[in-house]
Design a protein around this ligand. Structure first.
Ligand code: UD1
Ligand code: CA
Length: 480
């Protein structure tokens, strides 16, 4: 087996995106386009990957370094190097910059940083087609090939050359087999051809595609590996194309889930993305009989146990939701690094917010406008309305009243609130941490609790009520 080295061209400007962000860092499913390409490239277990950067090079290089630093981000480890292309004089010129880093004994796979949906299997098949000694081109036939390089074949069907759209004659423009921008080629041959490129063409660029005619000239076999799935070679040049690829990618993810038995109310209204906050790659694992209503967004790693129901318009990231739990509509669950756990049979929402470190036990109820952060709730605990639990340990069967909050932050440090089993906290209480309420204790509504409450006690900490009989309200005086 010939060693595989991969070159990813990522120096282009992407003028039509009309963005300050380099094109290859625009996001599809929460992940930079370039990182989609590197992710599939990694699956081929290459010896080395060289990314050619130019426009926005510092940002692009930083994004590469960040992803290399996240454990498990790529399926295989590989050596990554970036080379700068300044100025950008075409795709041939881009690969020329990478050439010194490519060992002569390898096979080189050339990819574009703005073609995000090529699958590893397709790349593997292309590499296999090169057989270590041939030039293999990934091609596809398109109903509208405008703008692409066309595959020109001889009468016997053999590939002769690629002609760029701008250089093509009317007859050549009628050809509908296009070059995807992806090729596999032995390094030793590639280097020889790169040295011979010229920019004698309509765009005054060094075209990588000119190596095809050189291969034919040198008697090196050229094979076109033609696939039928145009999506896999679709490039991103504009916001509209980016959005179209996003929908196509989401449709595929939705399809794959439905094939596993997941019931999506509408596959066109489903999104699964990498998590922007933690950088966690997208992964949605579903047990049997999971139902997901419309408009839900999942980011990062989410696990849904058997029979879990997700209501409409929930946003769920980095969370494990156990069997039988029901997440009602408009719930926001953001596990970030620490994660969120929802126990079996728990009921959450509508309009609930679970933040990092929220750990709900079995049968816990979290109702509308309740926020939980870095807190554990044991079996059967309930906080059903308008409440905040931060840095709290909540025992089994605790009932936490409407409008109650933990004052967990003193302006400098965070402190814990402990509510032991069977505590009842009335409405509108403030629990000033650090504080412990003993098992079975009751806290009267409206109390501000700054001292521990013994088990079984009733604690009331509020102004005493005063009633003034026959009270006359002030009356509005007539203006003079
Ligand atoms: C290229 C192909 C064309 C093919 C099409 C498929 C050439 C000459 N043409 O055309 O046959 O049909 O891709 O999408 O190769 N880049 C650099 N440095 C440069 C120029 C480009 O790194 O100097 C990078 C871009 O960032 C991009 C990739 O190379 O990732 C392709 O460049 P682009 O300008 O989009 O090439 P096309 O004109 O689309
Ligand atoms: Ca392009």
């Amino acid at each position: 087996m010939t060693a595989l080295d991969i070159v990813v061209m990522a120096a282009g400007k992407g003028t039509r995106m009309k963005s300050r962000i380099p094109k290859v860092l625009q996001r599809l499913a929460g992940r930079a386009l370039l990182l989609h390409v590197l992710g599939q490239a990694a699956r081929l277990a290459p010896r080395r990957v060289v990314v050619v950067t130019g426009h926005g090079a510092p940002e692009v290089e930083a994004a590469c370094a960040r992803s290399m630093g996240v454990e498990g981000y790529f399926d295989h480890q590989f050596e990554l190097q970036c080379v700068r292309q300044e100025p950008q004089l075409g795709t041939g010129h881009a690969v020329q910059q990478a050439a010194p880093l490519l060992a002569d004994d390898g096979l080189v796979l050339v990819l574009s940083g703005d073609v995000p949906l090529t699958q590893a299997d397709t790349l593997r098949a292309l590499v296999a087609a090169a057989q270590g000694e041939r030039l293999a081109l990934l091609t596809v036939t398109l109903p509208d090939p405008t703008g692409y390089g066309r595959i020109v074949r001889a009468a016997d069907g053999s590939v002769q050359r690629i002609v760029e759209h701008k250089d093509a004659s009317a007859a050549e423009r009628a050809l509908d087999e296009i070059y995807s921008g992806i090729m596999a080629v032995p390094a030793r041959l590639l280097k020889g051809w790169l040295a011979r490129l010229s920019n004698d063409n309509a765009q005054r660029e060094y075209y990588l595609t000119d190596v095809v005619a050189m291969a034919v000239q040198d008697g090196v076999p050229v094979v076109a590996h033609c696939i039928s799935d145009a999506l896999q070679v679709a490039g991103v040049n504009s916001p509209a194309q980016l959005a179209a690829l996003e929908r196509a990618h989401q449709a595929r993810q939705a399809q794959a889930l439905m094939e596993q038995g997941v019931r999506l109310a509408d596959p066109a209204r489903f999104d699964l993305r990498d998590d922007a906050y933690s950088g966690t790659p997208a992964e949605l694992r579903c047990a049997q009989d999971v139902e997901i209503d419309v408009g839900c967004i999942f980011t990062g790693r989410v696990e849904l146990g058997e029979g879990v129901q997700i209501g409409a318009h929930c946003h769920i990231s980095n969370a494990r939701i156990a069997a039988g739990a029901v997440i009602h509509p408009y719930t926001h669950i953001a596990g970030e690094q620490a994660g969120v756990d929802v126990g079996p049979g728990a009921l959450v929402g509508p309009f609930a917010r679970l933040r990092p470190g929220a750990q709900l036990g079995p049968q816990v109820h979290i109702g509308n406008f309740v926020e939980v952060k870095n807190s554990t709730l044991a079996e059967g605990a309930k906080a059903n309305h308008l409440a905040y639990l931060g840095d709290a340990s909540v025992g089994a069967r605790v009932n936490y009243g409407a409008g109650s909050i933990t004052a967990n932050y003193d302006g400098a440090n965070k402190h814990r609130t402990v509510l032991e089993a069977d505590v009842h906290v009335g409405s509108n209480c403030v629990l000033v941490a650090p504080v412990t309420v003993g098992a079975g204790a009751t806290v009267g509504g409206g109390s501000t609790i700054a001292k521990d409450v013994p088990a079984g006690a009733l604690s009331v900490a509020r102004g005493r009520q005063v009633n003034i009989p026959g009270w006359q309200r002030p009356v509005k005086q007539a203006k003079a």
